[in-house]
Design a protein around this ligand. Sequence first.
Ligand SMILES: C[S@@+](CC[C@H](N)C(=O)[O-])C[C@H]1O[C@@H](n2cnc3c(N)ncnc32)[C@H](O)[C@@H]1O
Length: 512
Amino acid sequence: MSIFNIFDDQSHNNSLLGAVFTPLPAAVAVIEKFGLFEKWIAGATMFDPTAGEGNFIEAFVSIAANRGFSMHNLPLERLYGVEMKAVYVERFFQKMRNIYGIAFPTRNFICSDFLLFNENIQADYLIGNPPWLNFTELPDLYKPVVKPMFHRYGLVANAQELLLGSSRIDFSGLIVNKSIYENLKPGGEAIFFLPMSLFLNDGANRGFRAYKVKDVHFATKEIYDYKNQKLFPNVSTRYGLARFERNSLQTFPVPYYQQNEDNEWISLSANPVFAVDNPLSITQNDEEYVTLSMFEKICLPKSAQPRQGVNTCGANEVFVFDTFKKMPNGLAKVTNKFQQGIILPQKYVFPLIATNNFNEKKPKARKWVLLPYSPTGKALEWTDIEAETSLVTYLQKHEMRLKMRKGTMLQGQIKKGYWWAMLGVGPYCFDNHKIVWESFGKKHFHPILLSGNWQGNQAMHAFMPMQTLDLALETLSLLNPSKVQSYLSSLQMEGTCNWAQPGKMKKLITLF
Ligand SMILES: C[S@@+](CC[C@H](N)C(=O)[O-])C[C@H]1O[C@@H](n2cnc3c(N)ncnc32)[C@H](O)[C@@H]1O
């Protein structure tokens, strides 16, 4: 199957290709804001590498029409677009014919996969809106084609990284890097609508923030964050408009703009704190940035590294309970919405943190979780499970359900025979003391100390395991919640799933 067939296949719908087109008025506004129309008329070449129905190209023609230019003498040979879906290419030519009466040059709007495209277009300006997808969301047949390109264009150190921590790397970063490297003249500029994850998210997009492909540097010159504005209907991705300059070294702060409630652009600054490829921290002024960069990191043993809560991989009805009652002989009776009167060994059932616990002086358990694990953090062996009649009976009852759970990591465990495994369980779960905070969807940082083998609930809670109470009390006294909150707020992830996840908190700690 050729690349084009992969995408012309009906099963790959528009959203899979990230085909959200820029509304014509928004494309016009961008071109006018950066004075690109005048530059085009004066001789500059423009190129949209993933052009869709060609709304950006159309915007140049539409401005010319509105300003009374003759449609027959426009420098159309200096407008270029590449789009991989034939139907969008066809629609572009139709629009040009039907709306503007123009026979747009066929060699300037090309149906091709931009990543495999090697015609030598050299533009003064790149413009567009590359697809907002991450690597895991690409069609499976396409992944092997693009994987080596993330390495070739400087986004990962090796293609293996895409299987590990960088699998959520943004595809748009690849379009930006390839087009700047291959198709932009020295000193040229690129203006793209992009997912803000390229600038603000941890981990996967670190490679993009080197702002470099091989020996070619480029700099982010300004960012307009559309946090409070919806230009693209029905799109939940956080996006912005960024301007880059080729052959320019990245300097900080990057001018950063956000709209207030009155739709005025407010001027802020963006700087990475602690390391140059860290996510950008957004501050009102330099003073605020200096305060953030002087954050005194807490020194902690490696064992205290921040972690996410335990993850049943979708089988909460098997592992999570709403009531717990101690029974004789080390047993417990537990229930949930789906099952009553379950008997399990007490030693494998642990209190599970719930939202209310963060506001209680003496946190009271409201939920419990079954962890069929040894205190070393390893899933129990079948012989250990068989030694507990209640446990073996319970797990066997749910064997089919547990084996059906999805996810590459979990399936790896299941294939090895550990179909009762979960994710996020390690020796750290069994440290008696934990400093815990809500890591998902919040805007305040409010850590609490829980003693007694409490467990965090998936990405909702993050925690630092503490091997002794003394270490826990000392760490809590050193952890300045308002300073941590200032750092987290500067990363612009309030209210999102990325608010205070372990990766962000690790940056505030030195492990020894
Ligand atoms: C977000 S849309 C934007 C289109 C246009 N730039 C606009 O702003 O209206 C992205 C487009 O990229 C196209 N696309 C995705 N991957 C591509 C690739 N590798 N080569 C060329 N086009 C691609 C999709 O089909 C889609 O039309």
